[in-house]
Design a binder for this molecule. Structure first.
Ligand SMILES: *[C@@H]1O[C@H](CO)[C@@H](O)[C@H](O)[C@H]1NC(C)=O
Ligand SMILES: *[C@@H]1O[C@H](CO)[C@@H](O)[C@H](O)[C@H]1NC(C)=O
Ligand SMILES: *[C@@H]1O[C@H](CO)[C@@H](O)[C@H](O)[C@H]1NC(C)=O
Ligand SMILES: *[C@@H]1O[C@H](CO)[C@@H](O)[C@H](O)[C@H]1NC(C)=O
Ligand SMILES: *[C@@H]1O[C@H](CO)[C@@H](O)[C@H](O)[C@H]1NC(C)=O
Ligand SMILES: *[C@@H]1O[C@H](CO)[C@@H](O)[C@H](O)[C@H]1NC(C)=O
Ligand SMILES: *[C@@H]1O[C@H](CO)[C@@H](O)[C@H](O)[C@H]1NC(C)=O
Length: 292
C-alpha cells in the first residue's frame, strides 16, 4: 500500500492561487482522476450515471454532507455506484454548489466524460463514482498532495508538533462510529506568534479502524514525503483527507453559524498569493485507472 513513492516520478508544476478570486467564487477545484476505461455513449450505463448525478446534486441541496447511492441495472454491468462528501465545516450552500460543480465537471470534462470511474477533489468536497461497488472499502490510490514551498524555519520542532497534532486530530476524526460524520480540527501554538491549524476527515462509510488506517497512511507516509516541513500542506485520497496551515482555513463549528470569511484569509505577508506545488504519483494514478 505504501510502496508507490519508490516509483514516483516527480510530476511537479506550479499553481498560483489568487485567494481573492477563490473567495469570490467560493469554490477551490484541486484535482481529478478519470478512468480511461470508457462506456458506450447513450448506453444504459450513461443513463444510470446521469440519474446518479442528479440524485447526488439533489441530496446535496438538502443540507446533507455525505451521501452514497447505487443505481442498479437489470444487468450488473450497468450498475453505477457514487458518493459525495463535503468537508465537515463547509456551509450547506457551498456543499451544494461544490457537488453541482463536481458532477458537471465529471460529465463534461474531456478527460472524464464517458469514464467508467472517476473522482474529483475540491477543497470543499469530493465526488466519486464507479462501475464497481466501493462503499466501506478503503482505497489508497488516486492520492493527491499540495504544499506551500516556503519551509518553516525551525523544521525539527515544527515536524514534531505537526505529527503530534495531526495524530490527535486523526484520532478524533476516526473515533466516530461507522456511518457518522468523521471530521475533526485542532489548533495549537507553535510559539507566541504563530499557530498551527490541522484538519482530518474520512468518508463516513468507513469503520473507525479503516478511517484511522487511512489517516495513518497520509500522516506517516505521504506527509513526510510532501509537506512536513512546509508552512502548509494538504493530502487528499478518495476515503480521507488531511490539511494543515499556519493560518485559520477552516470554519469553526462551535461558534458563529455564519462565520466571517475574514478568518479564512491567509496573513497579509503572503501578499494575497501563494505559490503551491502539486505532486502526483504516476504509478498510483496508473493503478487507479485500472482499479477505481
Ligand atoms: C447520443 O445521443 C445524442 C443526443 O441524443 C446524439 O447527438 C449523439 O449522436 C448520440 N451518440 C451516439 C454515439 O449514438
Ligand atoms: C451506502 O453505503 C453503505 C455502506 O457501505 C451501504 O450499506 C449502502 O447500501 C449504500 N447505499 C446505497 C444506496 O448504495
Ligand atoms: C450484460 O451486459 C454485457 C455488456 O452489454 C453483456 O456482455 C452480458 O451478456 C450481459 N449479461 C446479461 C446477464 O444479460
Ligand atoms: C468495470 O469496468 C471495468 C473496466 O471496463 C471492467 O474491467 C470491470 O469488469 C467492470 N466491473 C463491473 C462490476 O462491471
Ligand atoms: C464550476 O466552476 C468553474 C470554475 O471553477 C466555473 O467556470 C463553472 O461555471 C462552475 N460551474 C458551476 C455549475 O457552478
Ligand atoms: C524546504 O525543505 C525541503 C526539504 O528539506 C527542501 O528540499 C526544499 O528545497 C526547501 N525549500 C525551500 C524553498 O527552501
Ligand atoms: C502517530 O501515530 C502513529 C501510529 O498511529 C505512530 O506510529 C507515530 O509515532 C505517532 N506520531 C506521533 C508524533 O505521535
Amino acid at each position: 500500500m505504501a510502496s508507490y513513492l519508490k516509483y514516483v516520478m516527480p510530476f511537479i508544476f506550479f499553481i498560483t492561487f489568487n485567494f481573492s478570486a477563490i473567495r469570490a467564487q467560493g469554490l477551490s477545484y484541486q484535482y481529478q482522476v478519470c478512468s480511461p476505461n470508457k462506456f458506450t455513449p447513450n448506453s444504459t450505463f450513461q443513463t444510470h450515471l446521469t440519474t446518479l448525478f442528479s440524485s447526488l446534486t439533489s441530496e446535496a441541496s438538502n443540507n446533507v454532507q455525505f451521501f452514497n447511492n447505487t443505481i442498479t441495472g437489470t444487468n450488473s454491468s450497468y450498475t453505477v455506484y457514487g458518493l459525495f462528501m463535503c468537508r465537515g465545516d463547509i456551509p450547506s450552500d457551498m456543499c451544494n454548489h461544490c457537488v453541482g460543480n463536481g458532477t458537471q465537471r465529471l460529465s463534461t470534462h474531456a478527460d472524464c466524460t464517458l469514464s467508467k470511474a472517476a473522482v474529483v477533489y475540491y477543497d470543499e468536497c469530493i465526488v466519486r463514482y464507479s462501475n464497481r461497488s466501493f462503499f466501506s472499502t478503503l482505497t489508497m490510490l488516486a492520492g493527491y498532495a499540495l504544499w506551500n514551498p516556503t519551509n518553516m524555519t525551525n523544521q525539527e520542532s515544527f515536524k514534531t508538533l505537526l505529527y503530534d497534532t495531526m495524530n490527535k486530530t486523526a484520532d478524533e476524526a476516526a473515533h466516530f462510529p461507522t456511518g457518522s460524520k468523521k471530521f475533526a480540527t485542532r489548533e495549537t501554538s507553535i510559539d507566541i506568534f504563530q499557530k498551527l491549524y490541522c484538519l482530518a476527515q474520512c468518508t463516513q462509510d468507513l469503520s473507525p479502524v479503516d478511517c484511522r488506517s487511512c489517516l495513518d497512511s497520509l500522516i506517516n507516509f505521504d506527509l513526510p514525503n510532501c509537506c512536513a516541513g512546509s508552512q502548509g500542506g494538504r493530502v487528499y485520497y478518495p476515503n480521507c483527507i488531511i490539511r494543515f496551515e499556519i493560518y485559520p482555513f477552516f470554519r469553526s463549528l462551535s461558534t458563529a453559524p455564519t462565520p466571517s470569511p475574514a478568518g479564512l484569509v491567509p496573513p497579509a505577508n503572503s501578499g494575497g498569493e501563494l505559490c503551491l506545488i502539486l505532486y502526483a504519483s504516476i504509478i498510483s494514478m496508473a493503478e487507479l485507472r485500472f482499479e477505481l
